[in-house]
Design a protein around this ligand. Structure first.
Ligand code: SAM
Length: 433
């Protein structure tokens, strides 16, 4: 791709477009960008390029002659290349990624004409310009910034300029969506964590997460684009349905905090237990389908200071129990093994109020459990769940827990005693994974 930029400020434009990625691409020969001084083509001694407008009015207008002579010179060695002469103008069609793709695909050479002052003589536009392009609905003092934007956006689509095609096919505006959020080191920056899913190396799940984020942020930031977007795959359709369901959930508008539960929380805790019972029943799990966990169980957890309440504002949204005591039934693990014999904490009795399911509270609860484990000086967090409790298994995997095998708990007579055992090896903030 060759781009010739006709301008009154060739040095400025050259300096910008020969830096960094485009500068390297030009050195490699992937693109050629020339900046031509329009003033060199005047036919008057003062090298004047503009004059007063006919009919009166403010400012000056760039004359057609220097522009035409400059263009003829630029095109002189054009051969039969596919060339497009473009005038950067606030009256043109707004430049988009689609325009950049079309220009890169359909032409080998672009001539970008930069106006200045009040603009350029209309007869030059009529006689010589193929297309007018605007950077947006605002007025700049000259066409240079617009020309640089067009040249940059087109050149980065030329094969060989970026490392590979994926550098731009995954980006905002390529397929009618904005890009997903990006993060780089450190994992925790001023208390803000990188989403856990990006740290686990499960590429299929990362791809799905990223696609959902693309859809969500396009909906939130650019409703006009979202309205025009057509789902491209079955996964897109599923994700859009998931987003519809998400809308019905309580938004977390208040701070989410965690503290040790107190006896006054018992009533709210038991309400959450009851909701969890009903939901486990719907899943077909016989876990929590008897008296356990009873008020007495939770009273004991509170008295031992092992029960934690997770609050949304003042409202109790979920709870968990964290114990430093060795869990007797974890000694006999089958179909797998624990990572090592290091001391661990056990996450027992964790539940989220029905109203807060799917809001992100569960994920925050897991983070709190991890923080408490680290505060206790331990680096292993273990837990177990019923094989039919798929939401819990999903939560554990999404939170970075690994399935370690099967353990067997004491249960009500006739109930399934097998539990899937999970473990997470915790790292302190700043520690490498
Ligand atoms: C001050 S403007 C002239 C505007 C002109 N009098 C009008 O109202 O349409 C000077 C030059 O800046 C460039 N320019 C200004 N706004 C632009 C935009 N939104 N997109 C592309 N080029 C622009 C054009 O090359 C134009 O000739």
């Amino acid at each position: 791709m060759r781009i010739d930029i006709m301008t009154l400020f060739p040095d400025t434009v050259h300096a910008v477009l020969h830096e960094s990625i485009l500068g390297r691409a030009a050195k490699k020969g992937a693109v050629e960008i020339n900046c031509i001084q329009i003033r060199d083509y005047t036919e008057n001694r003062q090298r004047q390029v503009d004059d007063y407008p006919y009919g009166g009015g403010r400012g000056c207008v760039m004359m057609a002659q220097p522009l035409k002579s400059c263009l003829e010179h630029v095109l002189a060695d054009g051969g039969d290349t596919r060339t497009r002469v473009i005038y950067l103008s606030p009256q043109g069609r707004t430049f988009t990624q689609e325009t950049a793709r079309r220009l890169q695909r359909d032409y080998d050479r672009l001539v970008l004409v930069c106006g200045h002052y009040e603009g350029i003589d209309e007869r030059f536009i009529e006689a010589c310009v193929d297309e007018e392009i605007s950077l947006g609905d605002f007025v700049l003092t000259g066409g240079e910034i617009a020309a640089m934007a067009v040249a940059d956006a087109v050149c980065r689509l030329v094969p060989g300029v970026l490392a590979d095609e994926e550098c731009f096919t995954g980006e905002s505006h390529w397929d009618g969506l904005l890009e997903y959020p990006q993060y780089t080191r450190p994992e925790n920056w001023e208390g803000r964590e990188v989403p856990e899913i990006l740290l686990q190396g499960d590429h299929a799940r990362i791809e799905k997460w990223r696609r959902k984020k693309q859809l969500e942020r396009t909906r939130d930031k650019r409703p006009d684009m979202f309205e025009a977007f057509l789902p491209q795959t079955e996964q897109d359709k599923l994700l859009l349905r998931e987003m519809e369901r998400d809308k019905e959930r309580v938004p977390l508008t208040k701070p989410v905090t965690c503290r040790k539960a107190v006896p006054e929380d018992l009533e709210a805790l038991m309400r959450i237990v009851q909701e969890a019972r009903e939901s486990l029943k719907k899943l077909g799990a016989d876990q929590w389908q008897g008296p356990y966990p009873s008020e007495a169980d939770l009273e004991r957890d509170i008295a031992r200071e092992e029960c934690y309440a997770v609050l949304h504002g003042e409202e109790l949204a979920s709870f968990f129990v964290l114990s430093e005591e060795e869990e007797a039934c974890y000694a006999d693990i089958r179909d797998g093994k624990w990572s090592d014999g290091e001391p661990y904490c056990t996450l027992h009795r964790a539940a989220v109020s029905a109203k807060y399911r799917g809001t992100g509270i569960a994920e925050k609860m897991m983070r709190f459990a991890e923080e408490q484990t680290l505060l206790s000086g331990r680096r292993r967090l273990r837990t177990d769940t019923h094989r039919k409790n798929k939401p819990m298994q999903r939560l554990l995997r999404n939170s970075g827990f690994l399935f370690r095998g099967n353990v067997f708990v004491k249960s009500e007579p006739g109930h399934d005693e097998a539990r899937q055992a999970y473990e997470k090896r915790l790292k302190k903030q700043g520690e490498k994974r």
